[in-house]
Design a protein around this ligand. Structure first.
Ligand code: ATP
Ligand code: ZN
Ligand code: MG
Length: 301
């Protein structure tokens, strides 16, 4: 199979994720969504008992994102919602192009909202507001449309994409054991989907020069792993799932405590639904009937 011919990949992408006039912003076709629905159901089928389900909108509180530390570590990826404020006459002049000088963009002012950058970000403050973390810990199933102002737009690197996550809040041992279980389940899922994959220690795309050092330390401490599947090339496979141990980062910021002394640790496993969908089509082609039986069975397609 000429899996990585750029022409093939481009036509594949364009037929499944139809381009709009904005980079990395696509319309999804029925065929693509059929596979996304199958993936979502397969992820749900593997959910651990006692997991609480929450679904988030594609926007969240700017103040919460500022407090979460995202603004300092990923300022280059964050999108902020801006709107026109002020008197009717001033707004009308701006939108009708009658204002002297600046056009309507210059009349925009930041609001209290940003675009949700990852599905688990709105969760931690929500848990914190409930009070102490129970002794047995907590697990969540969350999902959101996410936005990232990506610098490049190769197939699979979207500005607007769907993320599904499982999140664990507990002791360091619980968080690490949760991540280990999910790495095993994710590998099993990749095998059932009959996609070639590899698992590798990874780092987040931290901002700037200081960010490079943070990334190195993250890899060294094995805080992040990714499950990578070839989409654009075999040499540079695409991260389709990630397995993250945050240590006490969110616990400390949000005051997540099990008792007066112990700050909770957190871990999350994230499924990039659009990337997983694309990886499946890149591997098996556009005709679902030709897909391996185990993949069709796993996805009910
Ligand atoms: P990458 O290494 O590709 O920059 P990341 O390490 O920043 O991704 P995470 O923050 O771990 O990604 O996000 C969880 C998952 O969400 C990723 O494993 C991926 O499947 C998906 N994802 C992240 N960024 C994008 C994007 N720009 N477009 C589509 N899916 C994405
Ligand atoms: Zn997460
Ligand atoms: Mg990565």
């Amino acid at each position: 199979m000429s899996q990585f011919s750029q022409d093939r990949l481009e036509s594949l992408t364009n037929s499944l994720l139809q381009p709009t006039s904005a980079n990395g912003v696509h319309a999804r076709t029925g065929l693509f969504e059929q596979v996304i629905d199958g993936l979502s159901a397969a992820i749900t089928a593997r959910r651990e008992s006692g997991t609480e389900i929450l679904r988030f909108p594609p926007v969240m509180s700017r103040a919460l994102v500022e407090k979460s530390g995202y603004l300092k570590t990923f300022p280059h990826l964050l999108g902020c919602v801006s709107c026109l404020h002020g008197e009717e006459a001033a707004i009308r002049a701006l939108v009708e192009g009658q204002a002297k000088g600046p056009d309507w963009l210059n009349g925009l002012a930041a609001t209290d909202l940003v675009l949700t950058p990852a599905a688990c970000y709105p969760l931690y403050p929500l848990i914190a507001a409930r009070g102490a973390v129970p002794a047995q810990g907590l697990t969540f199933d969350v999902a959101s449309y996410c936005f990232r102002r990506e610098a490049s737009h190769e197939p699979g690197r979207l500005q607007s994409f769907r993320m599904r996550e499982y999140v664990c809040v507990g002791t360091p041992e619980e968080a690490l054991a949760f991540r280990k279980r999910w790495i095993a389940r994710a590998e099993e899922l990749a095998q059932q989907l009959a996609v070639p994959y590899k698992l590798a220690a990874a780092s987040d795309p931290f901002f700037g020069r200081v960010g490079k050092m943070m990334a190195m330390s993250q890899v060294e401490q094995e805080l992040k792993f990714e499950l990578l599947i070839p989409v654009n090339s075999e040499e540079q496979p695409t991260a389709c799932m990630s397995f993250n141990y945050h240590q006490d980062h969110f616990g400390t910021i949000w005051g997540l405590r099990r008792n007066a002394r112990e700050v909770a640790h957190t871990a999350c496993v994230a499924f990039g639904l659009d990337r997983l969908g694309l990886a499946l089509f890149a591997t098996h082609g556009l005709d679902l009937k030709q897909w391996p039986a185990s993949a069709r069975e796993t996805l009910s397609v």
